[in-house]
Design a protein. Structure first.
Length: 339
């Protein structure tokens, strides 16, 4: 059944004009309640489903926004999506989620398709943090963009991020207060701003108080953390995210090293799995759902303000959640590096 034929049949069944049916669907406040109810009853009886696509294309936009994430398998981004969807639903807007997989080429292809679909705006954690010509082109063509989990000094777009320098300092202060003198930072690549900031934060906190070494990883995954565990020769570890920390926990356990008795671990993000780990994981908590909610609110505000919107850069404060994995060591075993 075509959309036009469908509307005609609804109008005939309700005994009204096609224009009245259109008003009920698009501007119901213009239709008397009794008439509106007759139309709604006819829609239900006929099983009519409106086709928004043609109407949206005529209007020049859709009722969708997009969220492009780095890694859809990371629970951090799952929570960000949950927050974005909650905020979008309040405005009758749908969120289309795209996964770049940390691949710049794939990210650009997603943006091309999203622009073709005329999404109202784009929330994105970009792969490339250097000046991004594809994002700038999107903005120049009239599609609002908000950076998620990324800061932005640019006036052309909003951003929502967390103070990762502070997060690193919180972890460092905690481990030093626990009496650790040899601490290792695990994470990478250093091209990711969050990794650099979290490392800089702990370096600042422990300067002159403890020795800090670094074990870089090619990405922020459980597998990368598990591999890094073989290179750790310290009494405490601060990981750039919880997935890496969970991998380090697994790797150390396989080496016969006890957590926290021999090595303390602190992660970052405080994903749900952190508290559920075999040894509950201390972690620097980010307000994950709030990141998604706030970014979406900023995007919708820009969409609706019609050129009057003032771009803002929101920075949230992290919080250290202390659990069993970073308790004060009771015994210290000899170094097991390479075991």
């Amino acid at each position: 059944m075509s959309n036009t034929t469908g509307i005609k049949e609804v109008a005939r069944r309700a005994g009204v004009s096609i224009g009245t049916v259109s008003n009920v669907l698009n501007r119901p406040e213009l239709v008397a309640s009794s008439t509106r109810q007759r139309v709604l009853d006819a829609i239900t009886e006929l099983g009519y489903v409106r086709n928004d696509s043609a109407r949206q294309l005529r209007a020049g936009h859709s009722r969708q926004i997009a969220l492009v994430v780095l890694d859809v398998t990371n629970p951090f981004f799952t929570d960000v999506v949950r927050g974005a969807e909650a905020a979008a639903e309040e405005h009758g807007v749908m969120v289309v989620v795209c996964n770049s997989g940390e691949d710049a080429g794939r990210e650009h292809r997603h943006l091309d398709l999203l622009e073709e679909q005329r999404v109202r705006g784009v929330l994105i954690t970009p792969v490339d943090e250097s000046p991004n010509s594809r994002l700038e082109l999107l903005i120049q063509r009239g599609t609002p963009v908000v950076l998620v989990d990324r800061g932005s000094g640019r006036h052309s777009r909003c951003s929502v991020a967390v103070d990762d320098l502070l997060g690193g300092r919180l972890a460092g202060e905690h481990l030093v207060e626990q009496g650790h003198q040899r601490i290792t930072f695990v994470g990478g690549p250093a091209s990711i701003t969050q990794v650099r900031d979290r490392h800089a934060g702990i370096a600042e906190a422990v300067a002159g108080r403890a020795e800090l070494s670094v074990v870089p990883t090619p990405n922020l995954t459980v597998a990368a953390g598990r591999a890094a565990a073989a290179e750790i020769d310290a009494t405490a570890v601060f990981c750039a995210n919880d997935l890496v920390a969970l991998g380090v926990l697994q790797g150390l356990t396989q080496r016969g090293i006890r957590v926290p008795q021999d090595v303390a671990i602190v992660g970052y993000d405080d994903i749900e799995f952190a508290a559920a780990a075999a040894v509950p994981l201390s972690s620097v908590r980010q307000p994950r759902e709030q990141l998604g909610r706030t970014a979406t609110a900023l995007l919708l505000e820009e969409i609706e303000d019609d050129g009057r919107h003032e771009h803002r850069h929101v920075v949230f404060q992290p919080e250290l959640i202390v659990r069993e994995s970073s308790g004060r060591p009771r015994t210290r075993r000899p170094s097991r590096k390479g075991r």
